[in-house]
Design a protein around this ligand. Structure first.
Ligand code: DAH
Length: 346
């Protein structure tokens, strides 16, 4: 097949002149230099030519390819500079709002955890994290929880392996409260110490408006010489004033926990009825927010603190519960549903 190179050169030059934009440039490249383009076609046809014609045709094909490349470079420059001048002239409206990135924010539970920990940090505590996977020793035994206590049952705690009743302390589980954090801290540090431990806890509860198989707690522990129950009362009263409000009413109600003696639960006046009694507080006028007490001597014994040297206070509160009370949220499940309409309110 004979190629009219003069005609081809003219055609290339004319077509190049008509290129207006980047897309046109790419179409031109594919047509002439692509794998199935003209130049490849010419090279392929060389095989069919008589031997003596091959060098001349090959040379002219190379020249044509150089021309195409040159034309493309020139047109590219032209296209780019016309794009620039369009921008300058205002054909492209640079004042139109861009495609922005939406700002994210912390989850409401993270905000509440930060706020509670921050309040205690301002009162001199440090924040410490403790493992979510624990042994029966840390979750129960070291906290003076008896071997036959119902909370050790597989119906009340998530065990990660078949429970070995011969060596209970080594059984591995998901912690059911943040109190094992107390043991972890005292094993590695000497008093005086004042620490809060925030984190997730797990219990095989049926999920409903006020229960979830996973929720968050914040544990508090202060150990020193001569720590008294009055320190516990003063500390928690100050926390409630700072976290809820100046005029919040609170009360300490005697209770039992194996790891504190004496123990108490703390209630605050109901945020809905102000203490008169309503459906949220079950007509009591009070809402429970945490458990607390003075560290039991058996707990000090478990971490080998010298007998009788120290006293301490401890407390544990449910983050979801406190968040629900503070913000008037009636269903715990909404925290975990990832519903933006809920989350963006905080
Ligand atoms: N660990 C307890 C629970 O999950 C809460 C608690 C009560 C923690 C009294 C304490 C405490 O530190 O002193 O129900």
């Amino acid at each position: 097949m004979g190629w009219d190179f003069n005609e081809l050169r003219q055609k290339v030059q004319e077509e190049a002149k008509g290129i207006q934009d980047i897309q046109g440039l790419e179409a031109f490249r594919i047509k002439y230099l692509g794998r199935k383009g003209l130049i490849q076609g010419i090279y392929a046809s060389l095989a069919t030519l008589p031997k003596e014609e091959k060098p001349a045709v090959g040379k002219r094909a190379n020249d044509l390819r150089s021309l195409i490349t040159r034309e493309m470079e020139e047109r590219k420059k032209a296209v780019e500079s016309s794009l620039q001048s369009k921008k300058r002239k205002g054909d492209i409206d640079v004042s139109l709002p861009g495609v922005g990135q939406e700002f994210g924010r912390s989850h409401i539970l993270t905000q509440v955890i930060d706020e509670i920990c921050g309040t205690f940090e301002n009162l001199g505590f440090i924040v410490h994290e403790s493992p979510e996977i624990e042994t029966e020793f840390y979750n129960f035994t070291a906290l003076n929880i008896p071997i036959d206590h119902p909370s050790r049952d597989a119906f009340d705690t998530f065990y990660l392996e078949q429970k070995d009743c011969q060596n209970p302390d080594r059984n591995v589980l998901l912690r059911s409260h943040t109190s094992p954090g107390q043991i972890r801290i005292m094993e590695t540090a000497k008093p005086p110490l004042a620490v809060v431990v925030p984190g997730k806890v797990y219990r095989p509860d049926a999920v409903d408006a006020s229960h979830s198989f996973m929720f968050h707690q914040i544990e508090g522990l202060l150990v020193d010489k001569d720590v008294k129950f009055s320190h516990l009362k003063g500390l928690l009263s100050e926390f409630c004033r700072r976290f809820f409000s100046e005029d919040i009413k609170m009360r300490f109600r005697p209770h039992f926990f194996p790891f504190t003696e004496p123990s108490a639960e703390v209630d605050i006046s109901c945020y809905i009825c102000g203490g008169k009694g309503c459906s949220v507080c079950g007509r009591k006028g009070w809402l429970e927010i945490l458990g607390c007490g003075m560290v039991h001597p058996k707990v000090f014994e478990a971490v080998n603190y010298p007998k009788g040297k120290y006293t301490g206070l401890a407390f544990g509160m449910g983050v979801e519960r406190v968040a629900m009370l503070k913000y008037g949220i009636h269903d715990i499940r909404i925290f975990y549903e990832n519903d933006i309409r809920f989350l963006k309110q905080f």
